[in-house]
Design a protein around this ligand. Structure first.
Ligand SMILES: Nc1ncnc2c1ncn2[C@@H]1O[C@H](COP(=O)(O)OP(=O)(O)OP(=O)(O)O)[C@@H](O)[C@H]1O
Ligand SMILES: [Mg+2]
Length: 334
C-alpha cells in the first residue's frame, strides 16, 4: 500500500513561526523516522505528509493515499485531534485510529466522563471550573484532583493537583486557569494503584494488549503520574506488567482493570489502538481516569511501545498490528 503519514513535527511548526516552547510536545524527527521505518518493514511505501495544513494542501492538489497513518494531535481547540480525521473523511481517504467524534470527545475529559458514566463505566465524580469563584464553590468531598480539561502528557499535572483543602483547590485551579486558558476538571482523588491498559482493535474485537502498573519511585512527585515524573521516567518511574502472579495470582485485579478499560474504549467508540488510564479508588475498585485514542508511539519512551516491548512485541510488530486492525476494520465496513 501507499501509506500517507500525518504527524506534528517540531521542525515543521518552528518553520511556521511557532516558539520553541509551543512546539515542545510535538514529535521529534527520531519518532517519525521510527514509525515510518516500521511501516516500511511491512512492505508499504510511506509518504510523509506532516501536519494538517500540509495535508490540506496536498488533498486540494489532488494527491491521495491508500491509507493514512495519523498521529497528528493539532494545535488548538477541542477539535484539534479531529482535524486530520475530518479532512480525510471529506476526501474519502481511509485512516488509522479514531474518528473526529471520538478524538474531540476524548480530548475533553469532562465530556468523555459524562458519556462513559452514562454507559455505566465507573469514573470519579467531577465538575468543571472556569473561574476561581467556581473553584471556591465546589462541594465535592476532599481530597480532590485538578487538571486542565483537555491536555495530554500530564501537562498541568503536578503534586499541587492533589488538593486536600478548599484553599489549596482554589489556588491550583487559579493557577491552571491562567496558565492553560481552558476549564479545569476537578474530580475525586483516586488514592490507589495506577494502571494504563494498551488496547488493540475496535468494538467487540478490541483486546487488551497488556496492562502496565505505574509505580512511582523515591524522589518522584508523590501519588501522581505528574508531568515531571513522566518526563524523567527513567529515574522516577517503574513500569511493571500486571501479570497473574504475586499479589494478583488469580488475575482478578487485571481482569477488573482491563474490563473497565475495554468498556470505556468500546462505549466511546475508539478504534484500532490506544491506551486507557485506570486507577483504584480507596476501596480498591478500578475507575476510569481517561482514554487516549492517539497514544504516544515513541519507541522506548511512550507507554504503549514500552508495554508491547515488555510483552515481547517489538516496535515494528506493534505498528504492523495497528495497521492490521485498521485494514480489517476498513474492509469490514466496505
Ligand atoms: N482523579 C484522579 N485521582 C488521582 N490521580 C489522578 C486523577 N486524575 C489524574 N490523576 C493523575 O494524573 C495523571 C495524569 O492525568 P491524565 O491521565 O488525565 O492526564 P494526561 O495528561 O491526559 O495523560 P496522558 O499522558 O496519558 O495523555 C494520571 O496518570 C494520574 O496519576
Ligand atoms: Mg493519562
Amino acid at each position: 500500500m501507499r501509506i500517507g503519514f500525518t504527524y506534528d513535527l517540531k521542525a515543521d511548526y518552528l518553520a511556521l513561526g511557532f516558539s520553541e516552547h509551543a512546539v515542545a510536545e510535538f514529535d521529534s524527527e527520531k519518532t517519525i523516522d521510527a514509525i515510518a521505518g516500521a511501516i516500511q518493514t511491512h512492505g508499504h511505501d510511506v509518504v510523509r505528509i506532516g501536519h494538517v495544513r500540509a495535508l490540506a494542501a496536498r488533498l486540494v492538489a489532488g494527491e491521495r493515499w491508500d491509507l493514512v497513518f495519523n498521529i497528528a494531535e493539532g494545535v488548538a481547540g477541542f477539535g484539534r485531534e479531529s482535524q486530520v480525521p475530518a479532512l480525510l473523511e471529506a476526501y474519502g481517504v481511509p485512516y488509522t485510529f479514531s474518528d473526529p467524534l471520538v478524538c474531540a470527545l476524548t480530548l475533553h475529559k469532562g465530556m468523555a466522563k459524562h458519556v462513559a458514566r452514562g454507559c455505566g463505566v465507573p469514573t470519579p465524580s467531577f465538575t468543571l471550573v472556569t473561574t476561581p469563584a467556581e473553584a471556591a464553590a465546589v462541594t465535592l468531598p476532599l481530597p480532590l484532583f485538578a487538571k486542565p480539561v483537555a491536555e495530554g502528557t500530564s501537562k498541568g499535572v503536578s503534586a499541587k493537583s492533589l488538593a486536600t483543602s478548599r484553599a489549596a483547590l482554589v489556588e491550583v485551579c487559579t493557577d491552571l486557569l491562567s496558565e492553560y486558558s481552558q476549564p479545569v476538571l476537578v474530580e475525586e482523588f483516586l488514592s490507589g494503584r495506577e494502571f494504563t491498559v494498551g488496547i488493540l482493535g475496535t468494538g467487540d474485537a478490541a483486546v487488551a494488549l497488556a496492562t502496565l502498573e505505574v509505580v512511582l519511585l523515591a524522589g518522584a512527585d508523590e501519588a501522581v503520574y505528574s508531568y515531571r515524573n513522566k518526563a524523567q521516567w527513567r529515574e522516577l518511574v517503574d513500569y511493571k506488567l500486571l501479570l497473574d502472579v504475586g499479589d494478583d495470582a488469580s488475575g482478578a485485579l487485571r481482569r477488573e482493570v482491563e474490563e473497565v478499560a475495554l468498556a470505556a474504549w468500546r462505549c466511546l467508540g475508539c478504534r484500532d489502538a490506544g491506551r486507557v488510564d485506570v486507577r483504584l479508588d480507596g476501596s480498591g475498585r478500578a475507575q476510569l481516569i481517561e482514554v487516549n485514542p492517539l497514544a504516544g508511539l515513541t519507541p522506548g519512551h511512550s507507554d504503549l511501545p514500552i508495554m508491547a516491548a515488555l510483552k515481547g512485541v517489538d516496535f515494528a510488530t506493534l505498528i504492523g498490528e495497528i495497521l492490521r486492525c485498521a485494514t480489517d476494520r476498513i474492509a469490514a465496513a466496505a
